[in-house]
Design a protein around this ligand. Sequence first.
Ligand code: DX5
Ligand code: ZN
Length: 226
Amino acid sequence: MTFDRTVKIAPSILSADFADFGREIQAVEAEGADWIHVDVMDGHFVPNITFGPATCKAIRPHIKTVMDVHLMIAPVDPYIEAFAEAGADIISAHVEAGPHIHRTLQAIRGAGVKAGLAINPGTPASVLEPLLDMVDLVCVMTVNPGFGGQKFIHSCVEKVRTIRAMIGDRPVHIEIDGGVDPVTAPLVVAAGADVLVAGSAVFKGGSVRNPAPYGANIRAIRAAAS
Ligand code: DX5
Ligand code: ZN
């Protein structure tokens, strides 16, 4: 993975067919996805449950691009090794998930994986200040985590601008997660984001048997953002 700030579209498989992840991933990659975003939820940190390291390991061979694992779990630390072993390229943990985020980020990098730090809509940018030299990605949540298809929270755009200024020259991606579509994508890219997670806006209207809408949806987000 080389670092650059070109806009990358990361479809979230939360909106894919859970019985067919392998082919869904192949379809969105063939239709232009840059990364694959993998939402892990525990029914404790967030009010929904998805899947764990075994599923991540099973889907890994189907991902040719970047496996971007977003952990919405607490605690995080006991599971880092398992997600690293499953083949994650990036593991993001939430700053709200526990009292020792600094240790968590050390552990992620220590496992040989790029470290991401996710922050909820209710968390200020200032929490990142002591941590920016320890991360490869900041994931700014623009919905409250737990479900796909929620409405974009516009007050988060200003926070993206603040974080972009804080990052300066550091090779740190800004990823936006929640409610990204052709209307909201240009707002966050103008504010400094470069990775756009999109679940419902990518998978709507398509399927593994009819993947062309995935491509049209990805191109619509990319075109709007540039
Ligand atoms: C929300 C997840 C997101 C979600 C985005 O908790 O972290 O990745 O899948 O879905 P959309 O794009 O539908 O808002
Ligand atoms: Zn996510």
